[in-house]
Design a protein around this ligand. Structure first.
Ligand code: ADP
Ligand code: 5GP
Length: 187
C-alpha cells in the first residue's frame, strides 16, 4: 500500500467540507472518499456524491456484512462509515484519496495507513464562532445544534494526536494553508 492519503477531521461546523471542496477543485488531483451515513439527506446534498444515504437498518446490515473499513455512531443513531467498496472505486482513479471523517474515524484511518497518511485537524477559531457557523449553515435544529456543540468539546480534546492543526479563521487563508500543507506532503 504505497498511495498517500489525506484525512480531514474536525468538529462539525469547523469548515472542513468547505476547505475540502476548494482543494478538490485545485490541481492536487484529490479524489473524495464518499462516506455512507444514516443521517437525513440535507437539501443541497446529492446521494452518491456527498454521501451514500442509508437507513439505520441498511447501515447496520452493512456493518454485519463487514462492508466497512471503519464506521462510527457519531451521533445517537446516526452512523457514518467508509465502505471498502469505496476504497476499491477510488484505487481505480489513480488520484490521492481524501477522507472527511470524524475524529475517531480519522485516527483509525491514520493507524491503518501509517506514514502514508497525513491527518489534519481543522479547528474553529472559538466555540462561539463554531456555534454561529452551524446556525448560519441552517442545517441544524436546536437539539442537533446542542449535540454537535457538546461533541465538539470532546473532539477538540483529540487535536494533538493529529499531524497538523489548522485554524479555519479567514477561509481564503485557511484554504491556502491547507493547499500548501497537502501539496508538501504529496510531493
Ligand atoms: P463541516 O464540514 O466542518 O461541518 P462546513 O464546511 O459545512 O463545516 O462549514 C460550516 C459553515 O461555516 C458553512 O455554512 C460554511 O459556509 C461556513 N464556513 C466555513 N469556513 C468559514 C470561514 N472561514 N468563515 C466563515 N464561515 C465559514
Ligand atoms: P455531517 O453530518 O456534518 O455531514 O458529519 C458529521 C460528522 O461525521 C463529521 O465529523 C464528519 O466528518 C463525520 N463523518 C463523515 N463521514 C464519515 C465516515 O465515513 N466515517 C466517520 N468515522 N466519520 C464520518
Amino acid at each position: 500500500m504505497n498511495e498517500k492519503i489525506i484525512i480531514f477531521s474536525a468538529p462539525s461546523g469547523s469548515g472542513k467540507t468547505t476547505i475540502l471542496k476548494a482543494l478538490i477543485q485545485s490541481d492536487l488531483h484529490l479524489a473524495f472518499s464518499i462516506s455512507a451515513t444514516s443521517r437525513k439527506q440535507r437539501k443541497d446534498e446529492i446521494n452518491g456524491k456527498d454521501y451514500y444515504f442509508f437507513t439505520p437498518e441498511e447501515f447496520k446490515d452493512e456493518i454485519k456484512k463487514g462492508s466497512f473499513l471503519e464506521w462510527q455512531e457519531v451521533y445517537e443513531n446516526q452512523f457514518y462509515g467508509t465502505l471498502l467498496s469505496e476504497i476499491d472505486r477510488l484505487h481505480l482513479q489513480k488520484k490521492n484519496v481524501v477522507f472527511d471523517v470524524d475524529v475517531l474515524g480519522g485516527l483509525n484511518i491514520k493507524k491503518y495507513y501509517g506514514s502514508n497518511a497525513l491527518a489534519l485537524f481543522i479547528m474553529p477559531p472559538s466555540l462561539d464562532i463554531l456555534r454561529e457557523r452551524l446556525i448560519n449553515r441552517g442545517t441544524e435544529t436546536e437539539e442537533s445544534l446542542g449535540k454537535r456543540l457538546k461533541k465538539a468539546v470532546y473532539e477538540i480534546s483529540f487535536k494533538n494526536q493529529f499531524d497538523v492543526i489548522l485554524v479555519n479563521d479567514q477561509l481564503e487563508s485557511a484554504v491556502d494553508k491547507a493547499y500548501e500543507i497537502v501539496s508538501a506532503f504529496l510531493n
